[in-house]
Design a protein around this ligand. Structure first.
Ligand code: ADP
Ligand code: MG
Length: 369
């Protein structure tokens, strides 16, 4: 049985549609991220599952319980849904110690003293905040406070844990550290995590599955690496990955699983296993930066436009007769600006159909001519 199921869930604010006909099945123990640009409906979706926002239409189940059904008039309040929340502003109680902050909710739930003590100890250990149990929030760093907030949320053992951009107030280094902790924490609990972020890297690295939205509409729901390798459309391809995919406009003469391409200043032959079609002869060719290899014998010639070496990798901008391509080369390599290099597309290229919402029409290989 899935942990959470959304069926035809829509949310309108007046005439504005914030979430449109969303169907989503979240498996038990999953770590799901709701991803997309600001305003796409992530928070609204999370709040509807949690019971903080009432959908206009649809049905939501958590476990075997129907928590919302517009037709049957069912709408359980948040405290009846066995869920926990962690929001961006995780206010700890300033007059309580770390221990008391974590224990407080359990006291309210009338747990007995011994069981509370055991549970708090377990959480202090799990979140590595044992040394701070007697401190007050003001005596903790931002990251430590965040961990206390997580411990407090996890204390009653909620079936589902909701998190809305919980790391966005932390600095970059701490955010990285907390990502590692969250992923570990997910493994160590039996909870299903539903996580909101606008950060594609966070979604990529944390989740078992990503739900990517645009303007209230679900674009794709897949494991992160599937989404990266096989984006449903140009929007998803563009949103996932940094540096972003190269998109080169052109024309295609399609015949079965083969197409003659003329794109930017390039020409090539595209091949794939399955026959496919495009709505017109227009095409957008998508190539990931790491799939453009530099220094390939017999490759096409390009001029180095600029380089951004970072030690671990170098982002290289190539100029091919006016068409700019971004390539990523691993290692501490560098190239003189304006020097000539040869390059080739080493792996998958994607043909997007611009006349059909940028749909991923075919994935295959491109041999440059
Ligand atoms: N209470 C509200 N009244 C009117 N519009 C709202 C309300 N809450 C959210 N919206 C609108 O719904 C859209 C989605 O909002 P939200 O779910 O918060 O986006 P996200 O979390 O993806 O940034 C936005 O355009 C927002 O302005
Ligand atoms: Mg939001």
């Amino acid at each position: 049985m899935p942990a959470i199921n959304l069926s035809h869930v829509t949310k309108r604010f007046g005439r504005f549609v914030a979430v449109s006909d969303l169907n989503l099945e979240i498996e038990n123990n999953a770590f799901i991220t709701l991803l997309g640009p600001s305003g796409c409906g992530k928070t609204t979706t999370l709040r509807m599952i949690a019971g903080l926002e009432t959908p206009t239409e649809g049905r939501i189940t958590i476990g075997d319980q129907v928590v919302f059904d517009a037709d049957q008039g069912i709408n359980l309040p948040p405290n009846k849904r066995d869920v926990g929340f962690l929001f961006q502003n995780y206010a700890l109680w300033p007059h309580m110690t770390v221990y008391q902050n974590i224990a407080f909710g359990l006291e309210n739930l009338k747990w007995d003293k011994k069981r509370i003590e055991e549970r708090v100890r377990e959480l202090l250990k799990m979140l590595r905040i044992e040394p701070f149990e007697k401190r007050y929030p003001s005596e903790l760093s931002g990251g430590q406070q965040q961990r206390v907030a997580i411990a407090r949320t996890l204390a009653p053992g909620p079936k589902v844990l909701f998190m809305d951009e919980p790391l966005s107030n932390l600095d970059a280094k701490l955010r990285m550290e907390m990502r590692t902790e969250l992923k570990r924490l997910h493994r160590d609990t039996d909870s299903t995590f539903v996580y909101v972020t606008h950060d594609q890297l966070e979604a990529m690295t944390l989740s078992t599955r990503v739900c990517i939205m645009e303007n209230g509409l679900l674009q794709q729901y897949d494991p992160p690496l599937v989404m990266y390798a096989s984006p449903a459309n140009r929007f998803v391809a563009d949103f996932m990955g940094n540096p972003t995919m190269n998109f080169i406009e052109g024309t295609a003469k399609v015949s079965g699983g083969t197409a003659e391409l003329s794109f930017g200043s390039l020409r090539g032959v595209f091949e794939t296993d399955h026959p496919f079609t495009l709505r017109s002869d227009k095409v957008v060719v998508g190539v990931r930066p790491e799939h453009i290899h530099i220094g390939v014998p017999g490759g096409r010639q390009a001029t180095i436009y600029s380089t951004l070496p970072s030690g671990m990798e170098t982002t290289v901008r190539l100029n091919v007769d006016g068409t700019q391509l971004t390539s990523v080369v691993f290692g501490d390599v560098d190239y003189p600006v304006d020097s000539q290099v040869s390059f080739a597309f080493s792996r998958t290229a994607i043909l997007f159909d611009p006349e059909d919402g940028g749909r991923n029409a075919a994935q295959g290989t491109v041999r440059l001519l």
